[in-house]
Structures are given as C-alpha cells and as structure tokens.
Design a protein around this ligand. Sequence first.
Ligand SMILES: [Zn+2]
Length: 392
Amino acid sequence: MTNDEKINILQNLIQIESVNDHEEQVADYISSLFEPYADKVQIKKVPFTTGRTNLVVTMGNANGKHLGFSGHMDVVDPGNVDEWKHGPFSGDVDLDQNKLFGRGASDMKSGLAAAVIIMLELLESGTAIEGQIKLLATVGEETGEYGAHVLTQAGCADDLDGLIITEPHMDGIITSCKGVIDYQVTSIGAPAHSSRPDMGINAIDNLVQFYLAAKQLMDGHNEVNPKLGKMTHSIDIINGGKQVNSVPDYAMLKGNIRSIPEYSNDQIFKDLQKIVDDLNASDSKMNLKIEFIYPEVPIINGENLLTKLAQEVSDKYFDQILPVESSSGANDGSEFVQAKKQFPIILVGPGNNSSHGYDEYVDIPQYLNSIDYLKEVAEQFVGVSELTKTSF
Ligand SMILES: [Zn+2]
C-alpha cells in the first residue's frame, strides 16, 4: 500500500464523527476495506447498542498462534471548535510540519488505522501467515471500555496468545497498568429549618463520616507494587445543600482509585461497602449508598514472548530498544485481561500528548513507521512462511 493510501485511510477514519457514539460507521468503513479479501477474512459485528457496533476481523490460520490488535473507534468531544486551527474532523495534512490533524489523529484512529493497514498489506501481498491475526475494534473506550467488555463477554478474546493495543504511546512499551475504580456515595437526610437542625437529618454531616473513614482506610494502603508503585485514592467531587438556612437533605461525593494487584478491586469494593454498611448500622439517621462505576482491573505482564519481540524489533525502527513502561491510565486491556485464557497485553502505537487537546495531530513519519514496526512484530509473533516473507 502506498503512503498516500495509508494517510487517506486515516483521514477517512477521522472524518467519521464518532464522538462517544456512531462507531458503527467506523466499523462499516473498516469492513469495506476488507471487501476485496472477503474469502480470506471473517468479519463479525458485535453490537453494543443502536449505532454502536464492535468489529472483529480475523485472518490467517486457526492452528497457529493468535495475535490480537485492538483499537477503539470512539473519540472524545472536540470541545470549543473555534479553538482548532484545523477542523477537528478535517483530517488536514500540513506538509511543512509533516502532521495530520483531527480528533483521533493521536487517540487513536492512527493506531486503529495501523492495525487495519497491517492486515490489508498482508492480504494484499498474499503473505502466508502461520497463525492468526485478529482485529478487535471497540466502541465506548473513552467512557467506560464497554465495547471491550462486550467482546470479552462474547468470548472474542478467549483464543488470543497476545494482544497489542495500539493506543498512542511510542516512547516505550506499556506492559502494566493500574486499575481504575470510580465510585459515588449518596447521603439522604431530611430537610428542616437551620434554626432547628434537630428536626432534620443533615446529609452532609453523614456523608463527611464516610469521607473521613474512607480516607483513613485508603491512606493506610501503603504497599508498593514493583511495576506500578502505590495505589492512589482521591475524592474529587462533593456536592450538598441548597441554601444556608436549610438543613441539607442530600449530599453526594465521587472518588477515584487507581488500584494495584496488592489490593484487589474486589477487596476495595468490599472495604468501601463495609464502611457504608457499618455507618448505616451505627445510626438510624444515616442513609448512605455506594455505587461503583465501570471499575477496571489492573494489568500486569510478566516476561513474555510478545513484549520481548516488541522490544527486539523496535531497535530497527527507532534506533533504540523501546523500554518497558507502566501506566496509571485505564484502557480496553482491563476488560480483555478478563478473557478465559491469560495472554500478554502490551500498549504501543502512534500518537503523542496532543490526545484529547485542540489541534490533535499525529506525526506522519511516526504513523508510517509504526505500521512497519508493528507489522514486523506481528509477522514474527504469528510466524510467516519463508517463501512469502515480505522484505522490509
Ligand atoms: Zn485511547
């Protein structure tokens, strides 16, 4: 495939406005690219909801090693469009800067395009791969990884021997990620005039008791994971009360935890739930409720073939062996790691810190280089029949 064609595929992806929705249009476009090879690929759509469909494209030989490539098809909102010099859904190319602009240029339509192009190039060249390559294109990663959840539940990741998530990160290979737990606690009280607080139930008073107990418990979680460091806990939103002379009958807080394997997500759910239950039991005027929102488990990889290959091959493309790194952010890997079989998951792909910002972009040479790099990793992982090996 020519460089212009590779750039064009990325532009077409960016021009589909899949802002937290409409991923089906992305899935349809990607499917159309595989149409010429309909007899060599299996295309499966796994719907999440109307207009939002995950896409799975599989090629190769079921008997060999199975490598997954995963990318999300949704993008975040462009924000104030007037702040963009290049339209957020333009896919504008600036040849002087060698950059391609638009929402998703970095996070992560370039990574998604890379995975698609790798498969198309292998099909185009008739390369006989010994194993299987599977594209897992997901919906709703940015708002809760629910596409990856649906695919994992459907068993689409159960056969994998390794998974590359092409999220934007080209300085290293991310092999471990903290888990994420968002939670919300609501406190229901009873209103009264503030001159007679004894007549009401102060929802803020009650919520604060949870706040202090949760903070004390979480602050004591001091164990350090050798790859991920310490877990973190932060209460970031607190609301309650309407006017200064009324006892508040409602208060709410939201907290965010970045978890490590030393304190499992299940244990944290139980601990926080116990605080709520104990407080409710201790005082009949206490009415607290806790809810957990799209929790994600941590990812930890030990030594494995995929990471080793991704490092070895990187030398040729980046003039250095990419270091192994860890991340405190959430991604689809937290869902795929819950597949029936264990397999290594790594994050590496084109992009940069412009993700989610104005004038999000990808460096075109980096984008093109990442395709060649990831293609060689894929070929080495699944194996390629010598006769059809492509030259690099
Ligand atoms: Zn992303």
